[in-house]
Design a protein around this ligand. Structure first.
Ligand code: SAM
Length: 220
């Protein structure tokens, strides 16, 4: 365990959605054992990118199938999303690990400076003030992400919800381990240079409007 203090995490999202079709159930049963992330088996002797809350996995699926030299670890407690990701793989890959639970449980177990990039795309906005503590970005989760990232590593976030964009920006900007990489006022309207997709399914049905805000930070 990377920390000496055991933390408790309360997960407020959904773990299951609509009943899975027989095909998706079979996909999970056949494929998840191969891709499941087992903490004790993890090794970090290659470039590693972590995605927190991959949803249906469009981004992760594209990335792991097109970057065979990078190890991808995807975290998603929602089992229907895990099944969707697995079903989208055109053939088997050797560079994908799936953590089907709260990302924070895995993060607590990961060693310092093991990850080159972290993606947090469209996290749940929890718009009510009394629910703001449920947002993924908090000072203590930023401490944990800072611990995982190698110096110079990238931390990329997006959201279509302006209040959440502000929240994520203020918290990360004020955190001493991160620097905002923006070079222009309009930076937060552009995806990273190597962003490969038009939009994820979530981005297409974005509730907050057409604009996707991008927040691109670097670990100091
Ligand atoms: C609004 S969806 C966005 C999904 C995807 N990133 C996209 O852009 O299409 C947010 C996702 O984060 C997941 N999530 C929420 N809290 C999480 C946590 N603590 N660890 C891992 N995933 C989490 C949810 O289950 C959900 O699938």
């Amino acid at each position: 365990m990377a920390h000496d203090k055991i933390k408790k995490h309360r997960f407020h999202g959904r773990r299951k959605g609509k009943t899975l079709t027989a095909h998706r159930k079979a996909v999970l049963a056949d494929m998840l054992p191969r891709y499941r992330c087992i903490i004790d088996d993890l090794s970090f002797n290659q470039e590693t990118w972590l995605e927190i809350g991959f949803g249906n996995g469009e981004f992760l699926s594209h990335m792991c199938q097109n970057n065979s030299d990078i190890q991808f670890i995807g975290c998603e407690p929602f089992v229907n999303g895990v099944a969707a990701l697995l079903a989208s793989l055109k053939s088997s890959v050797d560079n994908l690990k799936i953590w089907n639970d709260d990302a924070r449980i895995l993060i607590d177990e990961m060693p310092d400076r093991c990850v080159d990039r972290i993606y947090l795309l469209n996290p749940d906005p929890w718009p009510k003030t009394r629910h703001a503590k449920r947002r993924f970005i908090q000072t203590d989760t930023l401490d944990d992400l800072a611990r995982l990232l190698k110096p110079g590593g990238q931390f990329i976030m997006s959201t279509d919800v302006k209040d959440l964009a502000n929240w994520m920006h203020v918290h990360t900007f004020n955190h001493s381990a991160f620097e905002w990489t923006a070079t222009s006022q309009a930076d937060w309207l552009s995806p990273p240079d190597d962003w490969p997709l038009e939009k994820t399914r979530y981005m297409k049905k974005a509730l907050g409007g057409e604009t996707i805000y991008w927040l691109k930070f670097r670990r100091k």
